[in-house]
Write a protein of this length. Structure first.
Length: 114
């Protein structure tokens, strides 16, 4: 075969694969959108550490559905440091966290009965 024929066959073969790849990407996108559209709700957690000076609190939490985040232990920043005043290490809580520019901010904390 001539080199031009080989190039033409390669171009046609690659061109026929592109619609399949494009449709595969479109099939994944709706699922991601549906996950991020989950309504915000309070998440259960346990206070592990409190730093009132910086307004940060370490919480061991369950899944945060509206942020598509699995359960883990991590540091959050309170929108208002006063939210941390009634908390003690070991407290069971329910809290609301939002993602503001890649930073996780606690906007509400509800201590559970001790």
């Amino acid at each position: 075969m001539k080199p031009t024929h080989i190039l033409a066959i390669c171009a046609l073969t690659l061109g026929s694969c592109l619609p399949v790849a494009a449709s595969a990407q479109n099939a994944v996108a709706p699922n991601k959108t549906a996950t991020s559209a989950t309504p915000a709700s309070l998440t259960d957690g346990e206070v592990r550490k409190i730093d009132p000076g910086t307004g940060k609190v370490t919480i061991k939490h369950g899944d945060i559905q509206h942020l598509d985040m699995p359960g883990m232990t991590m540091v959050f920043t309170a929108r208002d440091k006063a939210l941390l005043a009634p908390l003690k290490v070991g407290d069971k809580i329910r809290f609301m966290a939002t993602d503001e520019g890649g930073k996780l901010i606690i906007t509400e904390i509800q201590p559970l009965a001790r």
